[in-house]
Design a protein around this ligand. Structure first.
Ligand code: FES
Length: 569
């Protein structure tokens, strides 16, 4: 029990420093043998009552601890910043990188040998992974797990997806406010993350497909006892991983990212996966570009979950979950190591599907092609994306006049004006919502359909912005336009009445205005004064990369695995 583990630099010294490191920990009742050199496992917890999606993580931490003790390790739980998607202003994404910094520095500063990441809500999974990858100690993820299916008036209702539908129905006069409020209470019936295939469940699915969690992690409901058992088994496994020195850099290879991209297409995953995978790749030194996401463009949509389908994560779990998806994808999967040490294909061993309407086969998919499309052109020289499986097919090839909202306040003040000069063909453009502009690149790209068109029955229009979109949302929504308006992108120069051409099949997003005119407008353009002039938000605006680079902070790209040698006393 005296292997030369990292924790020996804290707990193995028979001097004043060792006394201090051990003695203060003993105030929690840990016995001498906890410090005998056994693997010290950090349980990095994003539990918070302000992040309701992660409110079950304290219980799961207990499950992990049982497994760690059983395997001969020493578990120590520590909190990091929690990023609650539905509760934070101006947007949770502003704080993903702050969480990543907190995770990275917490892991590095303490005497731990391996880490279990407990997260779930949209930004917590990528933020934790980014931070852990930059330290590169053995790491496994245990996700919160999805909430039980929402229920209202005898029907299943899904987080987010049905909120967008209900709010449009209220605006169209098709739903009463009383029903709207009743649905609100029926939607979130248990602890856990959104039970649609939103960003949280997308990221949990990708984590599983990329081998960073144990199999079945993505879909087991948060309150299912089997998730507690999964946490226990994960606790056992992380102790073994420390002995094997199996690190994120061994698992997060280019092939693993490609498997994540394939899985994202098959599950009908969130567009947000693009920025998160790009940022994570930057941490581990993998050359991942927007074009790599085209790998999924011919992958069929296999998982029939909202927002691209009709079921919810609980149904996905009972149908067999990610192991079944990986089995369907097995001919396309790249060879890649997992936290179990073997190849990812092992995760599909013995997988059986129990509901073929929920998880389709490659031969009878829900849609023949589900991956994301990358668009480029003079309006997005560094790229933009669209999710065809959530769009209206006929709008994916479209040319029309633009109607421009200069910022979110302009949109909110005017979208429901009865005299708004728009038709169902108009392309709505929203500026000022990129990483620097908002700041934090919020999920407002699926801007509401103008009220006067909603009343006429219009439910989708082409929308273009430098924002993101909730993973639970849908529509013909072109997102992540790079460079963003506030970084001087051509988006900043679009005027109402300009014509825009969108072609998903050709990968084009063009502003049909002459180069001379664009240049004239550029000379006259001046950036908006910054909304934040101090603190973290200022640092974020000064250093954030564009969406095509994952919107990480420029100085956080890469990793630092050097030992910490200096003491505080
Ligand atoms: Fe937390 Fe959807 S808001 S997972």
């Amino acid at each position: 029990m005296t292997k030369d583990r990292r924790n020996r630099a804290w707990y193995g010294k028979l001097d004043r420093d060792g006394f201090i490191h051990r003695s203060w920990m003993k105030n929690q009742g840990f016995p001498d043998h906890a410090f005998d050199g056994r693997p010290v496992i950090g349980i990095c917890n994003t539990w918070s009552e302000l992040t309701p999606c992660n409110s079950g993580l304290r219980e799961l931490a207990e499950g992990v601890k049982r497994g760690v003790w059983e395997a001969g390790g020493f578990p120590v739980e520590f909190p990091v910043m929690s990023v609650g998607e539905t509760q934070m202003k101006p947007t949770a994404m502003l704080f993903r990188n702050l969480l990543a910094m907190d995770v990275e520095e917490s892991i590095r500063a303490y005497g731990i040998d391996g880490v279990v990441l407990l997260g779930g809500c949209d930004k917590t999974t990528p933020g934790q992974l980014m931070g852990a990858a930059s330290v590169d100690l053995p790491t496994i993820v245990v996700s919160s797990g999805p909430m039980l299916n929402g229920k209202w008036q005898g029907k299943d209702i899904g987080s987010g997806t049905d909120v967008w539908k209900f709010s449009e129905a209220v605006r169209a006069g098709e739903m009463t406010l009383k029903d709207f409020m009743a649905a609100e209470s029926g939607m979130s019936r248990s602890k856990g993350v959104c039970m649609t295939m939103g960003t949280a469940s997308t990221m949990a699915s990708l984590v599983e497909a990329m081998g960073m969690s144990l199999p079945t992690n993505a879909a087991l409901p948060a309150v299912d006892a089997r998730r507690m058992a999964l946490a226990h088994v994960t606790g056992k496994r992380i102790v073994e991983m420390v002995d094997e020195d199996l690190k994120p850099s061994d698992v997060l290879t280019k092939e693993a990212f490609e498997n994540g991209i394939l899985a994202n297409a098959a599950v009908g995953g969130s567009t947000n996966a693009v920025v998160h995978l790009l940022a994570l790749a930057g941490r581990v030194g993998i050359d991942l570009t927007l074009e790599d996401f085209e790998l999924g463009s011919d992958v069929p949509l296999l998982v029939n979950c909202m927002p691209s389908g009709k079921y919810l994560m609980e149904d996905f779990c009972y149908a067999g979950g990610m192991p079944v998806v990986l089995k369907e994808l097995s001919d396309r999967l790249r060879p890649a190591k997992t936290v179990l040490g073997g190849d990812i294909k092992v995760y599909a061993d013995g997988a059986e599907c129990f509901n073929r309407d929920v998880i389709r086969t490659m031969d009878e998919p829900l849609k023949p092609a589900a991956g994301l499309r990358v668009l480029r052109g003079n309006l997005a020289p560094q790229g933009a994306i669209v999710k065809p499986s959530a769009a209206t097919d006929t709008l994916l090839e479209h040319e029309a006049e633009a109607f421009v909202f200069e910022n979110i306040e302009d949109l909110k003040a005017n979208i429901d004006r009865d005299d708004l000069p728009v038709t169902a063909d108009t392309i709505l453009v929203l500026k000022g919502c990129g990483p620097k502009g908002y700041p934090g690149m919020p999920e407002v790209g699926n801007m509401p359909i103008p009220a006067k068109l909603v009343r006429e029955g219009v439910r989708d229009m082409v929308r273009v912005s430098d924002a993101r979109m909730s993973g639970t949302a849908f529509g013909t929504v072109i997102l992540h336009v790079s460079p963003e308006a506030n970084a001087g992108g051509v988006l900043a120069l679009v005027k109402t009445g300009d014509r825009i051409r969108v072609s998903a099949s050709q990968g084009q997003l063009e502003l049909l205005v002459s180069e001379d005119e664009i240049e004239k407008r550029r000379v006259a353009w001046a950036p908006e004064p910054p909304h934040y002039t101090r603190g973290y938000a200022k640092m974020y605006v000064d250093h954030v990369l564009q969406a095509d680079k994952g919107a990480d902070l420029d100085f956080l790209v890469g990793k630092d695995t050097r030992p910490v040698t200096r003491e505080s006393h």
